[in-house]
Design a protein around this ligand. Structure first.
Ligand code: HEM
Length: 139
């Protein structure tokens, strides 16, 4: 069971990492163009944002039972606590970014592109931090 959960955990890491890097590349070009993105690009960014959200949720859904099975909650130490803290920040930031996009798409409030770019950078830094901490704790 642990092997299955860990495989899903790592596949979601791939999915989330790919989505966040893909969106960062697109966002950089959209910002440089100084114009709203073409519909095709906006749609691709929305799909990637949703992929990232799904990945973070499944990382938690697989991580919690794995932590229970391996005793990581009791024996993971401060590095595991730090990993959980960074993963919690991702669980807040990523849905917030999706919400920002949906608000803009429905015309309720304009998209704060500068804030979105800062949050997107924070997500990439946090993902790298979580991976390094996971390797340090579980290698
Ligand atoms: C949200 C972003 C997350 C990322 C990027 C991430 C990444 C990783 C990586 C790369 C590993 C493999 C480490 C290794 O075997 O050397 C791992 C393992 C693990 N993760 Fe996560 N993780 C995340 C969230 C979580 C959460 C929220 C939990 C628990 C609540 C969790 C619990 C675990 C456990 C218990 C293992 C070790 C499984 C084993 O015994 O091999 N992870 N994680």
């Amino acid at each position: 069971m642990l092997e299955i959960l860990k495989s899903i955990h790592l596949i979601c890491l791939l999915l989330g990492g790919a989505a966040s890097l893909g969106n960062a590349v697109l966002m950089k070009r959209v910002m440089a163009s100084g114009a709203p993105p073409p519909a095709l690009v906006a749609d691709a960014m929305k799909v990637q944002a949703n992929m990232g959200l799904g990945a973070v949720i499944v990382l938690w859904l697989t991580g919690l039972p794995m932590a229970a099975m391996t005793g990581a909650f009791a024996n993971g130490g401060p590095l595991f606590s730090l990993k959980l803290l960074a993963a919690t920040a991702l669980l807040v930031i990523v849905p917030y970014m999706v919400w920002m996009r949906s608000q803009a798409a429905s015309g309720r409030r304009p998209l704060d592109v500068a804030l979105l770019a800062r949050l997107s950078l924070a997500v990439r830094v946090l993902v790298v931090l979580v991976i390094v901490l996971a390797v340090l704790v579980f290698h």
